[in-house]
Design a protein around this ligand. Structure first.
Ligand code: GDP
Length: 202
């Protein structure tokens, strides 16, 4: 009887687990965005000094519980040689956050090229996509109106997936909560296409 009740309790309290990739060129603000999200969603989390985060080399990870599910984040390095590793994670993931440095006009086309390449991978078909037009706190940056047409109307690969282009500042925390909540709702809606991974204790 105890085992039965314990099993039932676990079943009720366990959360569906989803995996979210955070991609974008190096220096776009991926690590800062994730860190900023963790400080807002993870109770008692003592965050790092956001202004002192350095570019992702390798992999940063994070866990956030929201909307009744657990989101596991993989923040992958954006340097050319590391981009080659991105596709190893596509099949496993449930959503992508693509971070764009809206203040870097020189590299905006390079960022778009990586974005188009990413979306052309069939392992990402139908996967919800949040484009974070990041660093909106900087005065000279491109606004969402400028970034949006570049990344939204990108090409046919955007397809029927859910897409949102959102103004963010990882550094100031703007758009971070909205973005993460949107991702959580998308992966829940898309559950029949990409089912969650094995449940873990809540
Ligand atoms: P990553 O390489 O994509 O992980 O980028 P990081 O998170 O390491 O950020 C690269 C640089 O951009 C760091 O100096 C950050 O402080 C800065 N940065 C990140 N997000 C923002 C932002 O929203 N606004 C501003 N002004 N700077 C940012």
């Amino acid at each position: 009887m105890y085992t039965l009740l314990n099993g039932l309790y676990k079943h009720i309290t366990q959360k569906d687990e989803f995996f979210v990739l955070i991609l974008g060129l190096d220096n776009a603000g991926k690590s800062t965005f994730l860190e900023s999200a963790k400080t807002r969603f993870v109770k008692d989390y003592k965050g790092k000094n956001l202004g002192k985060i350095t570019t992702t080399v390798g992999l940063n990870i994070g866990k956030i519980d929201t909307n009744g599910v657990r989101l596991n984040f993989w923040d992958l390095g954006g340097q050319q040689e590391l981009q080659a590793l991105w596709d190893k994670y596509y099949q496993e993931c449930h959503a992508v956050i693509y971070v764009v440095d809206s203040n870097d006009r020189e590299r905006i086309h390079e960022s778009k090229e990586s974005f188009v390449k990413m979306l052309s991978n069939s392992n990402l078909t139908g996967v919800p996509l949040l484009v974070a037009a990041n660093k909106q706190d900087l005065e000279e940056c491109m606004g969402v109106r400028e970034v949006k047409p570049l990344f939204e109307s990108s090409d046919e690969h955007v397809g029927t997936r859910e897409v949102m282009v959102l103004a963010t500042s990882g550094l100031r925390g703007e758009g971070v909560v909205e973005g993460i909540d949107w991702i959580a709702q998308c992966v829940i809606r898309n559950k029949h296409v990409r089912p969650p991974h094995d449940k873990e204790n809540g």
